[in-house]
Design a binder for this molecule. Structure first.
Ligand code: H2U
Ligand code: ZN
Length: 345
């Protein structure tokens, strides 16, 4: 039998049915790659040149109000359009296309230009949770053709985020996006076979095994999934198998804000840097009827590997064959557990 802490092996992601290669024997290999310099840049609480700060001008003739809590606006450069004009559908089996309608919004988390989720007081994060819930419900109701509302945050210049002002985005579409489609099929098959959600089963096992637990409160559990691809990838899971953010009750929303704070602080503490990541919630498709197989969760995909500047590159074998990691999910979880406490400096 292979020792999964010492020998190369594959792990399966049951949510996507995709395999990952793990090479724990390589974690001590010498590093001769790129070492970038970190500059901890100073940021003011209000930046007159920031298009997300209160009162400032945006593209076109748009101007932000003097907002005090979270603030949502329609993206001035949307990737999707809600219009009735549809692109030509191509039906040749090898050259298929479908028109796609949708809405793109930007969600400013706070008026404070110098904050991130890791700086925000938990009650302020809670207001962002309410906005995510409201937005999902409103978009579904306003557009009967809407099928999926993707709530996400892309944080840090390393992730291509153009503005450090704390904000996320919402892209809502007429079709299920690729990752959602994979998770939908896998969760449905599991639910039909076992009568409970796949995510509930994962949660039960992880809480029993504890080696991949990062943080838990009364309503949420954070784990490094067994099949994590990114070094410090985590899943944030609702303990109750709800399908939508809007179904969360008051205490669950507060607990979600607490978990987001706890996680982002641990992330920042890990390499003493404002930790970059892409994160997003996976909730059930909208306007689709009962979907008991869906179980609300969020994924965090951070690019950093061994310091504030050294990131994992998804290149070579990973582009051509399958993703690979050296540090095990269990080792990553242990390192994140150790970083509890106040945010560094
Ligand atoms: P990101 O840095 O996470 O991409 O978010 C910035 C978003 O803000 C981006 O999607 C939008 C961009 O289209 N934006 C506006 O809607 N109005 C502006 O005036 C500038 C940027
Ligand atoms: Zn700003």
């Amino acid at each position: 039998m292979v020792n999964i802490f010492k020998a190369p092996h594959r792990r399966l992601n049951p949510l996507t049915n995709e395999w990952l290669l793990v090479s724990p024997q390589r974690t001590e290999r010498p590093w001769q790659g790129q070492i970038e310099k970190t500059v901890e840049e100073y940021r003011p609480a209000y930046d007159p040149g920031c298009y997300l700060c209160p009162g400032n001008a945006r593209a076109g003739d748009n101007r932000n109000p003097d907002y005090e809590g979270p603030f949502v606006f329609d993206n001035d450069f949307p990737a999707l359009l809600p219009g009735s004009e549809s692109a030509e559908d191509r039906t040749h089996p090898l050259f298929q296309s479908q028109s796609e309608r949708g809405i793109c919004r930007v969600v400013c988390f706070s008026p404070r230009h110098d904050w991130t989720l890791a700086h925000m007081p938990v009650p302020d994060i809670r207001r962002v949770v309410d906005v995510w819930a409201e937005q999902t419900a409103d978009l579904a109701e306003q557009f009967e053709w809407m099928r999926y509302v993707q709530v996400f945050e892309n944080k840090g210049a390393m992730m291509g985020c153009s503005n450090p002002h704390p904000h996320g985005q919402i892209w809502a579409t007429e079709h299920l996006p690729r990752e959602i489609d994979k998770e939908d099929k896998a969760q449905r098959a599991f639910y039909e076979a076992r009568g409970r959600t796949m995510v509930a089963e994962i949660l039960g096992e992880e809480r029993r095994r504890t080696e991949r637990l990062v943080y838990e409160n009364a309503h949420w559990t954070i784990i490094v999934p067994f099949w994590a691809v990114w070094p410090f990838e985590v899943m944030l899971i609702a303990n109750r198998p709800v399908q939508m953010i809007e179904e969360l009750d008051d205490t669950e929303r507060e607990a979600l804000a607490d978990a987001l704070s706890a996680l982002t602080i641990r992330y920042d503490n890990l390499f003493q840097t404002s930790f970059p990541y892409s994160m997003g919630f996976h909730q059930a498709p909208v306007n689709t009827g009962e979907q008991p197989h869906w179980h609300l969760h969020a994924h965090f995909y951070p690019p950093l590997l061994r310091s504030a500047t050294v990131k994992k590159h998804m290149v070579g074998y990973e582009m051509l064959a399958t993703p690979q990691r050296d540090i095990t999910a269990e080792a990553a979880a242990a390192r994140l557990r150790e970083r509890a406490g106040e945010r560094y400096a």
